[in-house]
Design a protein around this ligand. Structure first.
Ligand code: ADP
Ligand code: MG
Length: 330
């Protein structure tokens, strides 16, 4: 069998299963947005790492160094937000082709350090090497009070499924960039994803919020992580997917389905959470009053294991055929 057949998540599961020695008390490893390590005073450290590779995650002509600096830290901050934490320290490893200009590097650093400053995150170290293509790995350390840690594994059947932002904008922005459209409001969502750190911390303090993660691979894929970790199924209402006016307009122009981007395109980096349905009305009102932006209701966690989607009241299976449009579009 090859890695291509096993896939990314198959490999991660294989790694997870091969760690057979017992973790020390309070330590949580592979499987969530961050690892958890006991700290002091009933707090834990949250640790996460993410890599961006040239020609896999970006190309040099589709993102400026300033935006890449921002984004390489942002995708890690999003994993801290996903568990409800507060960022503390960053480590930055850069693998660079020798012909990279110093101007490019200065602008990259500016983008990175500006976002770090805005989030009181201190760059403590990293590594620098030569490489054929640019590779950026950021490791981020955060902290959280133990009772507030939100995991992927705590969803319960009957919980409402919600997210904090529009879905599909980033994927649509990437699509435009790949088609040499450089000036469109959707591009901002791709190169400078909005962060939900304050929202994550606020939601973490709500006991009726059960499971939480960030959406990095598209909701259809990420919801399955919550389902698997929580041993639940889910029903998703496609008509309720939060789709921005910009994405609707773009999809219309290209005879595509905005919902395909919303379901499958990644890198939106908003939060996906499940909430005790009895508290949903109160919580969503309080959230909206506080953050002036809605908690979007998308569906319900169920008993069982399946993800069932409804559109216009009818069941819709997310088979390849059903959503081939997306592949053609992207
Ligand atoms: P995210 O999209 O939230 O960054 P990933 O899908 O990258 O999460 O990873 C899922 C989980 O698998 C995380 O807990 C991560 O730490 C772990 N993981 C990913 N790759 C590896 C690896 N090569 N070795 C060990 N753990 C890994
Ligand atoms: Mg994540």
């Amino acid at each position: 069998m090859t890695l291509q057949e096993l896939g990314e998540f198959g490999l991660i599961e294989r790694l997870m299963l091969s760690v057979t020695h017992l973790l020390p008390a309070g330590v949580e490893g592979i499987g969530d947005d961050c690892a958890v390590i006991p700290y002091f005073n009933d707090h834990s450290l949250l640790i996460t790492t993410d890599t961006l590779v040239e020609n896999v995650h970006f190309t040099l002509d589709t993102i400026t160094p300033l935006d890449l600096g921002y984004k390489s830290l942002a995708v890690n901050l999003s994993d801290i937000a996903a568990m409800g934490g507060e960022p503390l320290y960053a480590f930055l490893s850069l693998s660079l082709p020798p012909e990279t200009s110093l101007k490019w590097i200065d602008q990259y650093n500016q983008g990175f350090l500006q976002l770090a400053k805005e989030n009181r995150t201190f760059l403590l170290g990293g590594d620098t090497t030569r490489a054929k293509e640019l590779t950026i790995t950021v490791t981020l350390v955060g902290q959280i009070a133990n009772p507030y840690i939100k995991r992927r594994s705590q969803a319960k059947p009957g919980d409402f499924i919600c997210c904090t932002g529009f879905l599909g904008d980033s994927g649509a922005g990437l699509h435009l960039l790949l088609h040499h459209e450089m000036n469109h409001p959707l591009i901002e969502a791709h190169v400078r994803p909005r962060l939900y750190l304050k929202e994550g911390q606020w939601l973490a303090q709500q006991t009726s919020v059960h499971a939480m993660m960030d959406i990095s691979d598209g909701i259809a894929s990420d919801l399955k992580h919550i389902m698997k970790a929580s041993h639940c199924g889910a029903e998703l209402n496609i008509n309720q997917l939060p789709i921005s006016a910009d994405l609707k307009q773009m999809a219309l122009k290209m005879n595509g389905l905005a919902e395909d981007f919303a379901l499958h395109a990644g890198e939106d980096y908003c939060l996906l959470l499940t909430i005790d349905k009895e508290d949903y009305a109160r919580l969503s009102q309080a959230y909206e009053a506080h953050f002036k932006t809605p908690l979007f209701l998308l569906g319900t966690m169920t008993e069982g294991q399946k993800l069932i989607c409804f559109k216009d009241g009818k069941k819709l299976s997310l088979t390849k055929q059903g959503f081939d449009h997306f592949k053609i579009l992207i």
